[in-house]
Design a protein around this ligand. Structure first.
Ligand code: FES
Ligand SMILES: [Fe+2]
Length: 401
């Protein structure tokens, strides 16, 4: 029995994870082989893949995956690894609204020019081309589109929970929007520390002053004024109903052996219509989301995607593990096509908040790496973070190799 297993046995329910889960490369390798390879990864909002040949490259956990719209109008996902000698085929490109979304007719390897069609099948091989008739193709992954987002995964079956996003984000019609900003944040910390941090807002009152100004509930809860929160919540929902928007039924952390998710709708501080510096709207409402103005939906789908939906933009936070103590956070801001404010205005609130979170999480990585660290007790408001650690411990125990 190794150190981690001893800790799992004795601290199954109430304490943070042991040091090795954040620092041991063997744990990362194990996560890479089963957890990262099977769970759904959000590649991009589907609006970036509208036309035949539009593609994105997603890099996470030492893998690179191409997601592309095929000639039959379906989206395909395949490993970005040539079947000749393994070169990466396509480079990750920046999403930039000024540069057109690229469109490919085929995928040609830059090394020895083997050519694949948009379904990943080899169609031209220099040298002995009998390999074509043997059906050589790029390694294919399953694609699931839901809520205007494109996911891929290495599971044989689709994840039914993912369809929950249709209910939660369907009104925003993200597939008809545009990506108005993206940014990848480099975080020197294990991915689980990021996910744990995003699963609780208990730290928000003390660590995120700008966010606290925007979301009234952070201070209302901190000051024991849940009554004020309840009033704001009722007023906001009634206003939304008049405009034809009904908040989706909330789910406060549902998990099974495979996946977990939650989503909640929250009123913003009085007078704030969206997540912006002044609280003013930044652009037209997405889809049919006009009535959510003055509030937002926050949630996650598994350990690698968090989202926050306002009337005029939706921000998607993708957790991309790099190695045991490095994680990329790739963030997409999706707006309506007519949005015309600057990137600085659009990203101000969450760029500011993420910089604060990066500092918190990186310093936690240093702390948990210390020989003086021992798992600590969760507090009531950290129930989702605690539930995640129990989910992860269960996965770790079930996958012994
Ligand atoms: S590695 Fe791709 S063609 Fe040779
Ligand atoms: Fe935070």
């Amino acid at each position: 029995m190794d150190f981690l297993e001893i800790n799992l046995t004795h601290n199954q329910l109430a304490k943070s994870l042991p040091r090795s889960s954040y620092t041991d490369s063997k744990i990362f390798e194990k996560e890479r082989h089963s957890l990262f390879r099977s769970l759904p990864i959000m590649a991009s909002p589907s609006c970036a893949l509208q036309n035949t040949g539009n593609y994105t490259v997603t890099e996470t956990s030492l893998e690179s995956v191409i997601t592309i719209r095929d000639k039959d109008d379906t989206i395909k996902a395949m490993a970005n690894t040539c079947r000749h000698r393994g070169k990466r085929l396509l480079e990750k490109k920046a999403f930039d609204e000024k540069s057109k979304i690229k469109s490919l007719k085929s995928i040609v390897c830059p090394y020895h020019a083997w050519k694949y069609d948009l379904n990943g099948d080899l169609v031209l091989a220099r040298g002995d081309d009998s390999v074509i008739s043997k059906g050589l193709c790029l390694r294919k992954l399953k694609v699931q589109e839901t809520g205007g987002l494109t996911f891929y995964h290495g599971n044989n079956e689709n994840f039914p929970h993912l369809n929950e996003l249709n209910k939660v984000l369907g009104a925003f019609s993200l597939e008809e929007g545009k990506i108005s900003a993206t940014k990848t944040y480099k975080v020197k910390a294990n991915w689980k520390l990021w996910t744990e941090n995003f699963l609780e807002c208990w730290h928000c009152a003390s660590s995120h002053p700008e966010l606290g100004e925007n979301k009234g509930f952070i201070h209302q809860f901190e000051n024991g004024r849940e009554d004020l929160y309840m009033n704001d919540d009722i007023t906001w929902r009634e206003k939304g109903l008049k405009l034809g928007w009904e908040a989706p039924e909330e789910v406060d952390f549902l998990s099974d052996n495979e996946m977990f998710y939650f989503h909640m709708a929250l009123p913003l501080k009085e007078g704030n219509l969206t997540g912006s510096k002044t609280g003013e709207r930044l652009g037209p409402a997405l889809g049919k989301a006009e009535g959510i103005e003055g509030g937002a939906i926050f949630g996650c789908m598994g350990p690698f995607l968090f989202y926050l939906a306002y009337a005029d933009y939706v921000v998607l936070f993708c957790v991309r593990p790099v190695n045991i103590n490095e994680t990329d956070i790739e963030v997409f801001w999706v707006t309506s096509k007519e949005f015309n404010k600057t990137k600085e205005e659009l990203t101000w609130l969450w760029d500011t908040t993420l910089q604060q979170d990066i500092k918190l999480v990186e310093e936690t990585q240093k702390g948990v790496s210390s020989l003086y660290y021992t798992p600590g007790p969760f507090q009531a408001d950290e129930y989702r973070t605690q539930a995640f650690t129990v989910w992860w411990k269960n996965w770790h125990q079930k996958n012994k190799f």
